[in-house]
Design a protein around this ligand. Sequence first.
Ligand code: BGC
Length: 789
Amino acid sequence: MRLTTLVHCVLFSLVSSLHIAAQRPAIPRDEQVERQVEQTLARLSTDEKIGQMCELTIDVITDGQSGDFRLNEEALQKVFAKYHVGSLLNVPKGLAQRPEVWSTLIRRLNQLSAETCSGVPQIYGVDQIHGASYTWGATLFPQEIGQAASFNRRIPRRVSEIGAYESRVCLIPWVYSPVMDLGRQPLWSRQWESYGEDVYLSCEMARQAVLGYQGNDPNHIPPHGVAACIKHYMAYGVPVSGKDRTPSSVTDREMREKFFQPFRSAIMAGALSLMVNSSVNNGVPFHANYKYLTTWLKDELQWDGMVVTDWADINNLCTRDHVAATKKEAIAMAINAGIDMSMVPYEVEFCDLLRELVNEGWVSMARIDDAVRRILRLKVRLGLLDRKTWDKEPKKLAKEFPLFASDAYAAEALQMTEECMVLLKNEKVKGKNEELNVLPLKEGAKILVCGPNADNLRAMNGGWTYTWQGERTNEVAPQMGHYPTFQQGLKERFGAANVRFVEGVRWDARNFNLDHRTDDWTQLTKAAQGADVVIACVGENSYCETPGNINDLNLSDNQKEMVRTLTATGKPVVLVLAEGRPRIIRDIEPLCQAVVHTFLCGNYGGKALARLLAGDVDFTGRMPYTYPKHTAALITYDYKPCESVGQMSGNYNYDAVMDVQWPFGFGLHYTSVQYSNMRVDKSTFTKDDVLTVTIDVKNTGDRVTKESVLLYSSDLVASLTPDIRRLRAFEKVELQPGETKAVSLKLRAVDLAFVDLNDQWVLEPGDFRLSVGDQHTVVTAHLPPGGGS
Ligand code: BGC
């Protein structure tokens, strides 16, 4: 800790600067893979190489109506025989397809492309993002934001393993997942696609997702695995305006310290491909940023994976961002910055223009060869050059993948969904003889369920569910399986005679952000008066990307008015939130006796919620982002000291400049958990040390639970104003009633470093406060003169 400016200067030289470049290639080199890549590359003509770099949407080669499609033979010839296109994407006609339809389609495309491109088949990519969400009948899970709330690494791992399995039965080898943009701007319409606002949580979850998709050996993706495409590189989640695909304003320093980290973590776990952020940072479109695409990603990390654009983003350099005068100039700019494959996605003209650029010397053959090597490496690692991996009849595939849409997967999905919901409030209410918490609901209680999300699988699942915007889920999901909505789940659990459903407010059929009253509140009031407890299911309807932009973060007036009407009856009201981003509820929250956040919970949410509300299982989730209270107080938990007044302690709204509804990491149980006896194995440390922090965690209640134990650090004084606190480690442990477990968390000294103004990771000497629950202690970094690296 520095006391004076003089001391400050002296100690500055003691700072330990840490090398940022990777010490080893992110993915170990495999000689056999490299040999096959080189042999294949040598066979390809320049046109074939350029074709490999082109990705088109399936719409270019299909005809037909929604859901029902056929291949257009003329277009197929053009795309493969003439242009040797290396990749296709998207679901035909915008609606989930059955495994046999997918596999028949992809097999045919592979055959044709391999025949017309020296034996190299195209690679098909699909947005299967919470399970195989474009596959009819697949097992769906909570969206990433819900998975993050579980603070359980096993959940993204299993979601991805099962998602990969249920993709590969379709012969889909490549998924555009996981999203690892930090969701630090609550207005952003894709916050729910992220693992929330925290760097460490996102790093950990993203790593698990990659391992789940790909397995442990990125050079040999197993037959049940797929290649991950981590996205969207990077800082996509912090548009200044809050609108999708609008500029961010992040310095290189903060980029490296925060936004780069989840990508680094996923790449070190073996991620084979990466998709680029559509937008612009400090004036530079990411698709034209050599430093980020080539220096940071490919050179520093020694990563030999493949970089694909997002939708039409090379054209956007010209048509939208005005940094290139022509589409041709835009192509040169992007390819030279480090793009390997262009998701064009409609025009084969990309190939003609790139050929001209090569002929004219604007793009070197060396850059083309590098890009194509990366594409071929991806295909080789997936085994696609070996026909046996994909030349299979649907029947054979069905035999090889017997667990597709199985009861075993459904059971896992239900259990996981239960861990992805958070209990935010649970007050005592007067019972007949005593005061009891409103939750768990009592057996035999008369329950009124209402609100636009009470009977709405669409709102529970969100976007990227069977369609891009998720707008057909209510119609198609019930054709695939028994997926109870919230109100149906409650009826099944508590008995239909005890549960009444009155909608109250309904979503507009066309505008996802508009709702209408279905009642002048007479029916609703009467129904509430006849009930013991009311469950009000509010939030958002499904949406995705730019169509999901909003101008106001408040929950809609109709929904708020519905809640006020219900609470005016004097009956206890449980507010159930189902929403992709936090909608402000400051004025209605105090009126409700309990609040549960379900995020976007997926098809098993109805059953999971009923079991949680009944107390069949305990709530074990925690907030993966800060829930705002005011539209003009949007903040993340790792804010700067000047953003608050008063003491730094557990919650952060004392004397608040920034006042929040619920902080990051917040979540209640039915049982109670106590922390004690925090100890650290070292009170002083140097940069190579690993600290072990141990804490006794006791379940003091009468139910089994799981507790996520979160370790935070605070750098008490630093040369750049530090974040007030940062999550550094977590572990989720199961606790029987009365059980105490000593939980140990590892903290590497280097994890306490930050990025300085010279873009270097530095660990400065001085004091760090470590805290777990209500326990804390201070440890001190002693660094030798000169620091070292
Ligand atoms: C989205 C990506 C998605 C891609 C392909 C884009 O509009 O931003 O997340 O992977 O489309 O569907």
